[in-house]
Design a protein around this ligand. Structure first.
Ligand code: ADP
Ligand code: ADP
Length: 218
């Protein structure tokens, strides 16, 4: 469960997120839709303690991220698939993260298999396609077997086959009772992946609807 409570974040005089409140529940794939600059990344960064809000807070299973006993186990996050160490292999990238957080290395092999990157584990992700980078980012997010999965634009740049692959993965995570929250600026991607939509524009909540409600209204 991810609980966004009255969050406001300003960058100088610019308001990125304004009095934003919503809840993301387990067992479904929830999409976070809004145009570029709407405040999606800022909200996700606040959720995992990388950005401090001016007011309000975001709780993961009832606690702020920095108070979680086992952060990677409770919340896995993909924020920027290209943000990887240039000289580490895909395996090393995950192994460093695992070791830092006390996760056994066999889990690295597991998540590499889960995202279909076992065959390229020894390669440096600098040479990966965007789709492969997204898979590696998703693997990192799933490393701790988290109950809450937060993915910023995970299908950005993927072809339809890649998007279908992500959809299948996200649906299985949700079916296991996890909270799955992914952002996109494209409604077409949301239609392919999400059960429910949180829509924001200019940092404010625009809609909080199920995909079924949305299509019934048209
Ligand atoms: P989205 O993820 O929906 O594209 P962001 O959360 O990245 O939106 O950005 C929301 C707004 O906040 C944008 O206008 C963006 O330019 C601004 N912003 C985001 N991060 C910073 C920052 N570190 N410094 C200044 N402005 C920022
Ligand atoms: P750096 O690589 O910049 O040293 P870390 O990898 O240590 O940063 O991560 C910084 C913070 O982000 C830590 O608090 C860590 O728990 C969190 N973090 C990093 N990757 C993930 C992830 N995949 N899932 C959840 N939290 C993560």
């Amino acid at each position: 469960m991810l609980d966004v409570r009255a969050v406001t974040k300003n960058f100088g005089r610019h308001t990125a997120v304004q009095d934003l409140s919503f809840t993301v529940r387990p067992g479904a794939v929830t999409g976070f839709l809004g145009p570029n600059g709407a405040g999606k990344s800022t909200t996700m960064r606040i959720a995992v303690g990388l950005t401090r809000p001016d007011s309000g807070r975001i709780l993961i299973n009832g606690l702020p991220y920095d108070r979680l006993a086992a952060p990677l186990h409770e919340a896995g996050v993909l924020l920027d698939a290209r943000a990887v160490h240039p000289r580490r292999s895909a395996y090393q990238h995950l192994a460093v993260l695992a070791t830092t957080h006390g996760i056994p290395l066999r889990r690295v092999d597991e998540v590499l298999g889960l995202v279909g990157l076992s065959g390229v584990a020894g390669r440096r992700p600098g040479g990966f396609s965007l789709g492969m980078s997204q898979r590696l980012g998703i693997a990192a997010a799933l490393l701790g077997d988290p109950g809450v999965v937060i993915l910023d634009e995970p299908v950005n740049g993927l072809d339809p086959e890649g998007i279908r692959w992500v959809r299948t993965l996200l649906r299985s995570l949700a079916a296991e009772g996890r909270t799955v929250f992914l952002s996109s600026h494209l409604m077409s991607e949301m239609e392919m992946t999400a059960d429910r939509l949180i829509v924001i524009g200019r940092g404010r909540l625009v809609a909080d609807v199920t995909m079924a409600e949305l299509t019934a209204g048209h």
